[in-house]
Design a protein around this ligand. Structure first.
Ligand code: PLP
Length: 377
């Protein structure tokens, strides 16, 4: 059993993916080919925003957004403590101070009450200027954007949605990657929509920001003349081969993958609900998850390592996302960022266990995972 089975996906999509790749090879337009523009249009349309700018990966996408806002030294950027490193790495890498905020135990996402408290604390402390919030759609579930937006409006903060894991999720009819002033995603192969290497995208409705971000992604180029560099930027482009692969995968994602991964999650929940010692992932009423992960919490008396080994012995791979709170990462030690107080995140890091999940998982496989897990309790 694979944790995320990209081989099964390729077997199913082989003809269309091979054909798309061959077209790029014949055209020999490996950078900025027509497939890139076509993909950007399709993605913007699907998400429901005006502009999509593809780039090299989800980390660059966050950095480009923060650079476009001119965030830097002296600025505080609020980031959930329970997330992948990039969410905090990007603000720190451009000189800003990530302020880590605790999450909710039930959804794993940013706790709006804790966010407001942290904003007030930073204002009282006075060393840093609150500038932006990064809301992360952890494990595929959109963050609580209504409440987060209210806080952003109250304290004049910019909102960045880090939808690296959230592509395909929704709140009501509004899709993930449309909730931020700028939103970003990742096409890392294991993400809900993944390519065959690194890739990312940025979304916004703002024309001026869109143009600035296109410039930053290509060495700060002038719109008309690529050799007239009007600002500092980076080299972060989605290559044509990845765009061609993504066009095919996006079709499958829309046609059935998103539905099928939701069915897989529902079956896990059905098989495991009511089992004592386990807390199952919840999807808030009116929300829809793209299930980047199916993450359960084991009670204190269960030995997580022993459980992982038991599952592994039956051929079932598991992962732990994440083992360490952001504020405890070595890179932040000795800085203001390390002073965070996030007890929920600390508890989650000790208790979470991610089970295999993807659209190609069979009912038998899900039942096997659930049975093996139950037997180990
Ligand atoms: C929440 C989150 N943000 C950002 C990223 C960065 O994406 P990439 O690996 O494409 O740089 C990831 C990827 O793992 C992620 O999970």
């Amino acid at each position: 059993m694979q944790f995320r089975d990209l081989q099964r996906q390729y077997e199913k999509l082989k003809d269309s993916i091979d054909k798309s790749i061959a077209e790029v090879l014949f055209s020999a337009h490996f950078i900025s080919g027509e497939q890139v523009t076509a993909l950007e249009n399709t993605l913007a349309d699907y998400v429901g925003v005006k502009h999509c700018i593809t780039c090299g990966n989800g980390t660059d996408a966050i950095s480009i957004a923060l650079m476009a806002w001119g965030i830097g030294s002296g600025d505080a950027v609020f980031v959930p403590d329970f997330t992948f490193f990039s969410s905090g790495e990007c603000p720190a890498a451009i000189g800003a101070t990530p302020v880590f905020v605790d999450v909710k135990k039930e959804t794993y996402n940013l706790d709006p009450e804790a966010l407001e408290q942290e904003v007030k604390k930073v204002l009282t402390d006075g060393r840093y200027k609150p500038r932006a919030v990064i809301g992360v759609d952890l494990f595929g579930l959109p963050a609580e954007y209504k409440a987060i937006r209210r806080i952003c409006d109250k304290y004049h903060l910019l909102l960045l949605e880090d939808g690296a894991q959230g592509f395909g999720g929704r709140i009501g009819e509004k899709r993930a990657c449309s909730f931020g002033d700028i939103s970003t995603t990742s096409f890392f192969p294991a993400k809900p929509l993944g390519c065959y290497g690194d890739g990312g995208a940025i979304f916004t409705d703002d024309d001026m920001l869109a143009e600035r971000m296109r410039s930053i992604a290509v060495h700060g180029k002038n719109r008309e003349d690529k050799y007239d560099n009007i600002r500092l930027g980076m080299n972060s482009r989605l290559d044509t081969l990845q765009a061609a692969v993504l066009q095919q995968k996006l079709q499958a994602f829309k046609d059935y993958e998103l539905d099928d991964v939701n069915k897989a999650a529902e079956l896990y929940t059905k098989c495991l609900s009511g089992v004592s010692g386990l807390i199952l992932p919840t999807v808030t009423e009116g929300y829809y998850s793209s299930w980047a992960q199916y993450t359960i919490q084991l009670s204190q008396d269960i030995d997580r390592t022993a459980m992982q080994e038991r599952l592994k012995a039956q051929g079932i791979p598991t992962m732990i996302y994440y083992t360490k709170p952001m504020h405890k990462q070595g890179a932040f030690q000795g800085t203001y960022s390390a002073e965070a107080n996030c007890p929920v995140t600390e508890e989650l890091c000790n208790r979470v266990l991610c089970l295999p999940i993807h659209p190609y998982l069979t009912e038998e496989e899900i039942e096997k995972v659930a049975e093996t897990l139950k037997q180990g309790l």
